[in-house]
Design a protein around this ligand. Structure first.
Ligand code: RIB
Length: 312
């Protein structure tokens, strides 16, 4: 396994427009908000940034719009040292954007307008094969067309590359097409939408994970916010508790979890250590505002991990 693995992300890049407020408008109502934040986001891009900050080499495969945000997004990748060779501009299309509303408890509500993300095609993935073939892990989410996701899962399998599928935002899934991925990682609400099963308790999450395993998934991890995550495979079903933090904005915590987990696993850490580490990396991201800009550097993270002694 590699000290500095290469992680490839095939996925979305958005610009996040985040409003913080105590209440949200009713139909026909205009109200004042408390605070606004503009930042680079998108589940794919966030996961790429998390992986990069955790010490990996990272390559991004994405489409951005031919507007103000497109070139700025590419520049952001480059400034972070992420290989953006396969981030292309889709002419005549807007970039993906995400108006986000965060309440006083730090919980978020997000509307994603996919824009250029919706033009990322299987052909774009094939064009990025020189990068993808070298990757230790490929990460996917559902903000790009599902046919592109399915194509990439097949590519990863054919080339023996670890593949992590984060089915976010939730959509009906063709289980046969994602069943060969090594990890299937929804959060609780995504797991509910995908399976039609309620996920309120840990027991619900176990039943839901068992259902997903029966559909052919190799390993399932259901992230459960402040309760941690449930890891399930043929051999075990285990709750990995979360670390306690004071959350101000939970947006992007799931992406922090996925991006960091890809790095920890690719470095050769066993799941027993990689999952608690990803739990902490995700928890720490909620202590700051925004998505990418709330992610800790490797040094900051390692200090926290040591201070907490890997304990809860
Ligand atoms: O997971 C958080 C992300 O979801 C935001 O950055 C937003 O862009 C949406 O993709």
């Amino acid at each position: 396994m590699a000290e500095r693995p290469l992680i490839a992300v095939v996925g979305s890049a958005n610009v996040d427009l985040t409003t913080f407020n105590d209440v949200f408008p009713r139909p026909g109502e205009t109200i004042f908000g408390k605070k606004f934040d503009l930042g680079f986001g998108g589940k794919g891009a966030n996961q790429a940034v998390a992986a990069r900050l955790c010490g990996a080499n990272v390559g991004m495969v994405a489409k951005v719009g031919s507007d103000l945000f497109g070139p700025a997004t590419i520049k952001n990748f480059e400034s972070l040292g992420i290989d953006a060779t396969y981030v292309r501009i889709a002419e005549g299309v807007s970039s993906g954007v995400a108006p986000i509303f965060v309440d006083p408890s730090g919980q978020n509500r997000i509307i994603v307008v996919k824009g250029a993300n919706d033009t990322l095609s299987p052909e774009d993935v094939d064009a990025a094969a020189p990068l993808l073939r070298k990757a230790h892990a490929i990460i996917l989410q559902f903000e790009v067309p599902l046919r592109t996701v399915y194509h990439t899962v097949k590519f990863a399998k054919a080339n023996g590359i670890r593949c992590i599928v984060n089915p976010a935002p939730a959509q009906p899934v063709d289980f046969k097409q994602v069943g060969t991925a090594d990890y299937f990682i929804p959060n609780e609400s995504e797991a509910e939408v995908i399976t039609g099963m309620p996920v309120h308790s840990i027991d619900d999450a176990k039943k839901c994970a068992e259902f997903l395993l029966r559909q052919g998934m190799q390993r399932v991890v259901i992230t459960l916010g402040e309760r941690g995550c449930l890891a399930a495979g043929a051999d075990r079903k285990e709750l990995i508790p979360a670390f306690q933090v004071r959350a101000v904005d939970t947006t992007g915590a799931g992406d922090a979890f996925i991006g960091s987990l890809a790095v920890f696993l690719s470095k050769g850490l066993p799941e027993e250590e990689a999952l608690p580490r990803a739990n902490l990396y995700a928890a720490l991201s909620t202590t700051k505002v925004g998505t990418q800009k709330s992610f800790y550097s490797r040094e900051e993270f390692e200090k926290e991990w040591r201070n907490r002694g890997g304990r809860l």
